[in-house]
Design a protein around this ligand. Sequence first.
Ligand code: PEP
Ligand code: MG
Length: 576
Amino acid sequence: MPFTIHGLPVSQGIAIGHVHLVSHAMLEVNHYHVAAKYLPEEVERLNEAVATVQGELVGLKAAATAGQPHSEVGAFVDLQLMMLGDPMLIDGARTLIAERRCNAEWALVQQMEMVVEQFEQIEDPYLRERKADVVQVIERIVKVLLGHPGHLPPKRRDGLGTIIVAHDLSPADTIGFRDHNIGGFVTDVGGPTSHTAIVARSLRIPAVVGLHHIRQLVEEDELLIIDGTRGVVIVAPDERIVEEYRLRRSELELERSKLNRLKDTPATTLDGEDVKMLANIEGPKDLNQVKAVNADGVGLYRTEFLFIGRDSLPDEDEQYEAYRTVLKSLAGKPVTIRTFDVGADKALNGVSARFEPNPALGLRAIRYSLAEPQMFLTQLRALLRASVHGKLRIMIPMLAHAHEIDQSLQLIAKAKAELDAEGLKYDPRVEIGGMIEVPAAALALGMFIRRLSFLSIGTNDLIQYTLAIDRSDEAVVHLYDPLHPAVLKLIAGTIQAGARFGLPVSVCGEMAGDPAYTLLLLGMGLRNFSMHPGHILEIKQQVLRADLNELAPRVQRILKMDEQAKVRDAVMRLAG
Ligand code: PEP
Ligand code: MG
């Protein structure tokens, strides 16, 4: 029987394919049924793996605590050994194997997630974070069971894609989909501005998140339809429904091809104001899409995607090649390359930072780069060397303090001096700008305006930090509101300050690519929109229909409102 589940639409389009169940973001395990007569063997397999890990941990402890009986490592190992003996965890998995007739690794991960959920309810922050130990210990057992790390299924031969069904996915997992003919993905958790969602849009993979218990509701290999535009997932559709969605998919393609007619039309409002339509990219792979919509340049190149999902940092030459390719391809149009925004959910070396106390408030973006000056200097040298191939602008993410800019400028000067000494060329006119993503920055713009040549508002983070809502946490996603009066004041204030001091300001967060906010942003005075290239033509269509003389006073009135419902209503009426 077909049935429908509703979630949050995060990446448009329709995907029809077969389910591949993926377990926890850090553990990819398959799910399969085990015949009743083999169940004792399956439990024995689990017992042996647990015994192996016990042995490993005891050995680890002996090595780590040699000569220092109270070492912290020893305490952690003890904790993990205790968890191995915890009836909730391993006995629970044994029961699941018998009850669900499933494989040991799947049972273990199910049980782990149940226990992790219980940890999440604990008030004491230290004890709550011990869920990381639960995950680690289960990971060890799963690795022993598998004998190798998990992997994605091979490409299907029936022309249908694979649909990944997961509890959660990291941006690195999502990037891995590129080579595996993944048609789409759905997850239990996640929000529309999480980096995983952004990567899905970039890969043009339809995706729906925030489905709560989707993994319990579908089976491996079952047929599934994702409607990533409406946030709907249809499980086990019959032939009639599949046909209907095939038709809808063709209609969507037709609509897109109609928008294509706007490709070479300049984005000018009815009253003659020019608006720049810039693209957000993650690397040279996105250049075809940028060309396809004839963007006015790149407003945000998220360089951290150069190394997400791999084990080593790209060296200077590899970075130089990537930056040069983008600059050359844009042939003189501005290319704004953001220095690494490492940290939070975009962790280095595939190591997830999600179990750190507060990854979003931690060592992220410019903070990370300044803590790793050699890595930062390497990037700056690569950027400067590439600058001779086009119109480069360097952008620094997540600024909050003047000294962060000063230190960055010093490192840029150092990179230039090194290149001079080595006789390597760079463009001395490269502009340095910064992102306004922290409320403190939006409220103390003077120090940024004095030091920088342009600003770009990262609304994804600005909203996250203003409203204290983790953008990747589905439990609070309903509180993530771009129309909160406080958020609008910070955005409008930044745009107005830029205009007053003659500093170009853009918006490069997801708000810029959402047609619901185009008129509002235009009315605030925004003239530079940067978004995923897939949204450019739709937003351009809005710009072409806008009359700023009429919009500006209405938006000024909206900015004085302090009730969210009234703001929402007034913003909807802007289009009417
Ligand atoms: C933002 O925060 O709005 C932004 C564009 O940066 P990122 O989404 O990469 O954090
Ligand atoms: Mg950001």
